[in-house]
Design a protein around this ligand. Structure first.
Ligand SMILES: C[S@@+](CC[C@H](N)C(=O)[O-])C[C@H]1O[C@@H](n2cnc3c(N)ncnc32)[C@H](O)[C@@H]1O
Length: 230
């Protein structure tokens, strides 16, 4: 029995499906700045995006010659991502999307780039286990990029506004959200230093506009590691 079965907290698939279903589009559709900056320096190959949302990063990669796969727990997000890829003229050999719960996922393929952007959730998410799974899927010579909120965005507490929920359960869920530092993410990977080199470990600041139109400076945690070989 999982934690959400003991409480009012919704199951992750239900929660995220509800979030995406609450608006026609949740994210900008644009590539995340850190991914664009990092991937621009790498030769195109096979890429995997974990928690891909509406597919902005996968589509950007595919448009630059990568064969990119995105995985997300929300069927609505994945449908939007596939529609956006199709509208951009990308077929499934370049941009492919799958609905899956990363906490249950078994993957066999290896990728030249495994990326995950803002894999945070106010409901159950075994983030560290998923990050270790991500590292396992990196091919020799390939990279793992973790982009995270190093601090909560100012609008994080309002993200469930569409649910009009401000009860104790809502408050508790947001208080529980985890925003690890890049150093904590790197430690959670438990990488063998003889096999991996750390290429970026830092916090980058950028301007962003929140869902209510308010501007803010956000802190992006960045971890880029490379598996030696090849
Ligand atoms: C904050 S959003 C980030 C989306 C996207 N990476 C971006 O940068 O726009 C987090 C994403 O993780 C997905 N997610 C949360 N838990 C998941 C799980 N267990 N398995 C797969 N995807 C999950 C959500 O559906 C959501 O799309």
């Amino acid at each position: 029995m999982t934690a959400h079965e003991h409480s009012e907290t919704p199951a992750p698939a239900e929660y995220w499906e509800d979030r995406y279903g609450g608006s026609e589009q949740m994210w900008s559709g644009r590539v995340n700045a850190v991914l664009a900056d990092v991937a621009s320096t790498l030769p195109a190959g096979r890429a995997l995006d974990l928690g891909c949302g509406e597919g902005g990063d996968v589509i950007w990669l595919a448009q630059r010659g990568w064969a990119a796969t995105g995985i997300d727990i929300s069927a609505t997000a994945v449908r939007r991502a596939a529609e956006a890829a199709h509208a951009a003229g990308l077929d499934a050999s370049r941009a492919e999307f799958r609905v899956a719960d990363l906490s249950q996922l078994e993957l066999e393929d290896r990728f030249d780039l495994v990326t995950t952007s803002f894999l945070h959730s106010p409901v159950e998410l075994p983030r560290e286990r998923i990050l270790r799974l991500a590292a396992e899927r990196v091919a020799p010579g390939g990279h793992l990029l973790i982009t995270s909120h190093a601090a909560p965005p100012p609008w994080a507490r309002d993200e469930d506004e569409h649910e009009h929920r401000h009860d104790d359960e809502h408050e508790r869920r947001h208080a529980d959200m985890n925003f690890p530092s890049p150093e904590e993410d790197l430690a959670a990977l438990e990488l063998d230093g003889t096999e991996w080199e750390t290429r970026l470990l830092e916090v980058r600041e950028r301007f962003a506009v929140g869902p209510d139109g308010a501007e803010a400076v956000l802190s992006d945690g960045v971890v880029l590691v490379r598996r030696r070989g090849a």
